[in-house]
Design a protein around this ligand. Structure first.
Ligand code: PLP
Length: 258
């Protein structure tokens, strides 16, 4: 059986980010996505302009029914729609002792904000302590931590109790994209790769879902990070233009090497 991965994310009608990214990535990495929509969004390949939360009572009923039947091997959390969703999911994670990846989606790559500052704060205060790996991009890390320096931002996020923080650098300038892995008491590890031309819609979701899939297979964090970044890079290399905006990662299976 492919290990099940509980995916709590927003639904993006362009199919680039959110739940579609999770489902495709999980499938490509031999896991089974359990897709639970947290929000419906209004967006295209250029930008997101609106996110409407799914009612928390409906989410609670879905989770109760699903988790009574299936035991996930990992959880991936993306866009969350409301404070009550954060509270519900925090309670749910307390009952599941499996790796959790949180992609703290605050803003679409096109610039549209999807999450209020109050909700962003709740992600830190109520969820981070239950998270195995948080994957903010540089702008999200700065916004969550309330500071400019990435090292300091990571230390502040770790101080909320999160075990690992990967700050992705796709949204930073430079010829290379540098992702930074932070843990308590260990020097940060940098992963540099040549920057691919153009912009991508759903790159962060792909990386976080790939991490959850590898953790569901039992990888240790270092192994999962290497495999997930390799997978995401290949998906971006094969990205295709769907509409007039950023390209969509090609989330297919790439050979046998995870
Ligand atoms: N919409 C949803 C539902 C998402 O989960 C995300 C995630 O990161 C985005 C939009 C933003 O994606 P991007 O920044 O790649 O455009």
């Amino acid at each position: 059986m492919p290990p099940p991965v509980l995916c709590l994310s927003g639904l993006d009608p362009s199919g680039g980010a959110g739940l579609s990214a999770d489902i495709e990535t999980c499938r490509a990495l031999d896991t089974h996505a359990l897709p639970v929509a947290t929000a419906l969004t209004v967006q295209d390949s250029r930008n997101a302009v609106r996110a409407v939360p799914v009612a928390t009572a409906l989410l609670a009923a879905q989770l109760e029914r699903l988790l009574a039947d299936v035991c996930p091997a990992a959880v991936k959390i993306g866009l969350l729609g409301s404070l009550s969703q954060v509270k519900l999911i925090s309670g749910c994670l307390r009952r599941l002792s499996v790796p959790v990846v949180l992609d703290p989606v605050l803003r679409a790559g096109g610039g549209g904000w999807l999450v209020s500052p109050v909700l962003a704060r709740a992600l830190c205060e109520k969820l981070l302590s239950q998270v195995t790996m948080a994957t903010p991009n540089a702008a999200e890390a700065r916004a969550l931590a309330g500071c400019k320096g990435l090292d300091l931002a990571a230390q502040r996020l770790l101080a909320f109790g999160c075990a690992n923080v990967l700050i992705t650098g796709g949204d930073e300038p430079g010829e290379q994209v540098v992702n930074r892995w932070y843990r308590n008491g260990v020097a940060p590890r940098h992963y540099a790769s040549p920057r691919l031309a153009g912009g991508f819609h759903g790159a962060g979701c792909t990386l976080a879902a790939a991490l959850a899939a590898r953790l569901a297979h039992g990888d240790q964090p270092a192994q999962a990070l290497a495999a997930a970044q390799r997978y995401t890079y290949r998906a971006l290399q094969g990205a295709y233009a769907l509409g007039g905006g950023r390209r969509i990662p090609c989330r297919r299976r790439f050979g046998t090497r995870p």
